[in-house]
Ligand binder design. Structure first.
Ligand SMILES: [Mg+2]
Length: 389
């Protein structure tokens, strides 16, 4: 039975800031709560399930903030979890819907912590609770920030390829100067990294349908690998039209996909070829697996996104999901590599071998998520703490 839930907001000593067409991705200055990750520890029957998620607003299409996530856990979800079994996954996920709709980041961190707890209670890695290790070695993708100077995008792309062996790049697009600038950026990066690297674009809803049709025509010549969320999240007809016109260049939904119902509507509209799953966006591993079933029924592939900035726990959760899904059902490569010592070490996990090698990472094999945090580091980096019991 769940006895106690600890919630910690923790410091990220190295600030990460990235620009995309609809906003920014910013972990914020030191000592500020907004933008910092939320860690939970669920104590039950002698085991502790641990997980971490960084709520990514403000400036992002997912509305959750750090304080909002803490409040959802401490005021609503947490008290309703006390006394329940860590194995009551379906019942707990139903409770999330009934007690407080939305709040995918809060749900995600709790749901993932339950998988960590179940794995530890059974002495088995989380991926074994979700279907086993179909793909223990996971290819990784690097999302390249927009920049006014294309040389900055080229430099970031070259670093991803040469320093980390990345084989898939996703260029942020919908530059404020218009779609032709996106084509120019793409061309510069293509020339710099060569023809063996897969390069996609992510305008983050910043293109019109007309922009998208013209940009895709121009980018086809430069071997465009895929298109992620070109137009507004509710424009399923627009997505379907772009998909038709793209003639085989895969189209992926990100902003359009939060819920199981979104997945169903996208499938029904024949709008996309792939779904971008981010655990903080869909509400955790249970929700991700349900969306995966809808995708499988509709012959839509899955992509595993979310940068997991400086969080081994957040990256590990995505890795277990990725590893437990057969290769034929996955699209592209995992995007959670900013949790793997590429921007800075995880301040809570000073020693780790869960790192990028040759553009890949191996799914952890220890019990649960397979990531152990350092108690002293957690104490030192905690900005705010609350307990539910
Ligand atoms: Mg995206």
């Amino acid at each position: 039975m769940i006895e106690r839930i600890e919630v910690h907001v923790t410091e990220l000593p190295v600030r990460v800031k990235r620009i995309f067409s609809s906003g920014s991705y910013d972990t914020g200055p030191r000592d500020r709560i907004l933008g910092k990750p939320v860690l939970v520890r669920i104590h039950a029957d002698g085991v502790t399930g641990c997980a971490q998620i960084r709520p990514i607003s403000p400036g992002h299409f997912v509305a959750d903030t750090t304080q909002g996530t803490v409040a959802a856990i401490t005021e609503i979800y947490g008290p309703a979890l006390i006394g329940r079994s860590i194995f009551d996954i379906e019942g707990i996920n139903e409770m999330f819907d009934l007690r407080l709709a939305g709040n995918p980041a809060a749900r995600a961190v709790l749901d993932i912590a339950l998988y960590d707890a179940m794995g530890k209670a059974l002495g088995t890695p989380a991926h074994r609770l979700m279907g086993g290790a179909c793909q223990p070695r996971i290819p990784l993708e690097w999302s390249v920030s927009l920049a006014d100077d294309p040389a900055v995008m080229v430099e970031e792309s070259q670093r991803a390829v040469s320093e980390f062996g990345i084989g898939v790049l996703c260029l942020k697009a919908a530059d404020r100067r218009g779609w032709r600038q996106d084509v120019a950026n793409f061309e510069r990066v293509r020339r710099a990294v060569g023809d063996d690297i897969v390069i996609g674009v992510d305008p983050n809803t910043g293109w019109s349908v007309a922009d998208a049709l013209r940009a895709v025509d121009a980018l086809r010549e430069l071997d465009l690998g895929y298109i992620e969320q070109p137009v507004a999240r509710r424009d399923l007809h627009g997505l379907a039209a772009i998909r038709q016109a793209a003639r085989g260049i895969p189209l992926m939904a990100d902003e359009s996909l939060f819920t199981l119902q979104d997945a169903h509507e996208l499938a029904h509209a024949h709008a996309v070829d792939a779904f971008c799953i981010k655990l903080y966006k869909v509400g955790g591993l249970t929700a991700a697996r349900r969306i995966g079933a809808v995708a499988q029924a509709a012959n839509i592939q899955l992509n595993c996104g979310g940068l997991a900035v400086q969080s081994q726990l957040e990256a590990a959760a995505a890795a277990h999901f990725y590893a437990s899904t057969p290769r034929s059902r996955m699209f592209g490569a995992g995007e959670f590599l900013f949790g793997l010592n590429t921007t800075a070490p995880d301040p809570l996990v000073p020693e780790t071998d869960f790192v990028v090698r040759d553009g890949h990472v191996d799914v952890p094999t220890g019990p649960g998520l397979g990531v152990a945090i350092d108690e002293e580091a957690l104490r030192r980096h905690t900005l705010l703490q609350a307990t539910v019991q």
